[in-house]
Design a protein around this ligand. Structure first.
Ligand code: GDP
Ligand code: MG
Length: 391
């Protein structure tokens, strides 16, 4: 049977049992850092995998639920094909339950289900109330008609149903595009004695073979591959949808910065991008010029956002905007992003990149804005015309 290449992940409020759920499924404790153990919360993303009864091995990303670490949750959520939104039955919907779901929507995650955890702590009446609250909460979102699995990480209630759901999902989910350019944003770097540098990440698109070389971008350094692993096993190729581990030669940790990626092509970096930007319903209004935090894959950078076709952006609304980055990043058309306020403690909204090498639209001339609008609507002819104008 063809192995499916899919990454599943957790989301939800702190202490609702995300890490415990993954431990119940895999026996692996994603809270590996000393500080995480001491505080009893997830700070970084955790990575593992699950081997399903149908032979599929799925990558897993466990994200932090705490409000202070939403930035780490966003980096993890960018790679997910399926999300398990964990809600504790005794506490119900909490602030990060809402924030995480809103982020997942903007990042374009399309499938998932709800795990109503800690059912051992509530009686039947409370459980029914919790389920009603969840149904109301997910109405109108991508989780609207999804299952709500009653679970307890403490006594393993619902575990077989959960595995069944994941198995079903692994058979039905449309995997990522393995035909395109290989792209993997590095989310973990470590040195293994006797091996050298190991780079981890979620493969977003394309594939790579163990005999290929890859480029570290945006600083354009070529790296030779020594060994390639997927879910702890040596493999010849890793493809889109895999959690991958690349043992490389030529990597210097002093060259590495958060937000860097590996690719099989020398992708051009950018400091200016055009986006379709949406604000959350409960967000503050944006002005013509704004200072915000821009989060895209593992990139996290303060940027200036210039609205293009509006003078103000109201909560719940969307418009076109141009993003000015202080240093170059690699981002492609169609990529999703999130913005937070400049101090980085409130998520404002996010959207999609519509042009990664646009012209400056500082003066917001009418014709120019109309061209951007056409590109945003997916007008291929206009996109080509725009490329010609730029050159
Ligand atoms: P996370 O922050 O969402 O990752 O939550 P954790 O998995 O770290 O769990 C938070 C706390 O809830 C821990 O003390 C767990 O032992 C406890 N816990 C998790 N799941 C259950 C459950 O199903 N029942 C009970 N009684 N406690 C649970
Ligand atoms: Mg956790």
């Amino acid at each position: 049977m063809e192995n499916k290449h899919i990454i599943i992940g957790t989301a939800g409020h702190v202490d609702h049992g995300k890490t415990s759920l993954i431990k119940a499924l895999t026996n692996f404790d994603c809270d590996t850092h000393k500080q995480e153990k001491e505080r009893g919360i997830t700070i970084n993303q955790g990575f593992t995998h699950i081997d399903l009864p149908n032979g599929n091995s799925l990558g897993i990303i466990d994200v932090p639920g705490h409000a202070d670490f939403v930035k780490n949750m966003i980096a993890g959520a960018c790679g997910m094909d399926l999300v398990m939104l964990v809600i504790a039955a005794d506490e119900g919907i909490m602030p990060q339950t809402k924030e995480h779901l809103a982020i997942l929507k903007l990042l374009g995650v399309k499938t998932g289900f709800v795990v109503l955890n800690k059912v051992d702590l509530v009686d039947e009446e409370l459980l029914e109330l919790a389920e009603e609250e969840v149904l109301e909460f997910v109405a109108g979102t991508f989780l609207e008609n999804s299952a709500i699995i009653k679970f307890s990480a403490a006594d393993q209630t619902g575990k077989s149903e959960l595995i069944e759901k994941l198995t079903e999902a692994s058979e039905n989910i449309q995997p990522k595009n393995t035909a395109g350019i290989f792209r993997m944003y590095i989310d973990r770097v470590f040195v293994k004695e006797g091996f050298g540098t190991i780079l981890n990440g979620s493969v977003l698109s394309g594939k790579v073979n163990k005999n290929d070389s890859v480029f570290l971008l945006p600083n354009k350094k070529e790296l030779r591959m020594r060994k390639l692993q997927r879910h702890g096993k040596d493999v010849d190729d890793v493809v889109a949808g895999d959690r991958a581990s690349l043992n490389v030669v030529g990597f210097k940790s002093k060259d590495f910065k958060r937000g860097m990626l590996l690719s099989d092509e020398m992708l051009k970096d950018t400091k200016l991008i055009d986006v379709q930007l949406s604000l959350f319903e409960n967000s503050a209004q944006l002005e013509l010029w704004n200072q915000v935090l821009f989060l895209h894959e593992t990139v996290r950078v303060p940027v200036r956002v210039h609205l293009l076709d509006e003078d103000f952006l109201q909560p719940g609304k969307s418009c076109l905007a141009q993003v000015y980055l202080p240093f170059p990043i690699v981002a492609e058309i169609g990529d999703k992003f999130i913005i937070r306020n400049s101090s980085g403690n409130v998520t404002l909204g996010g959207g999609e990149i519509i042009d990664n090498h646009p012209l400056h639209h500082r003066r917001r001339r009418k014709g120019q804005i109309e061209d951007v609008q056409k590109i945003a609507l997916g007008d291929t002819a206009e996109l080509i015309a725009a490329q010609v104008r730029k050159s």
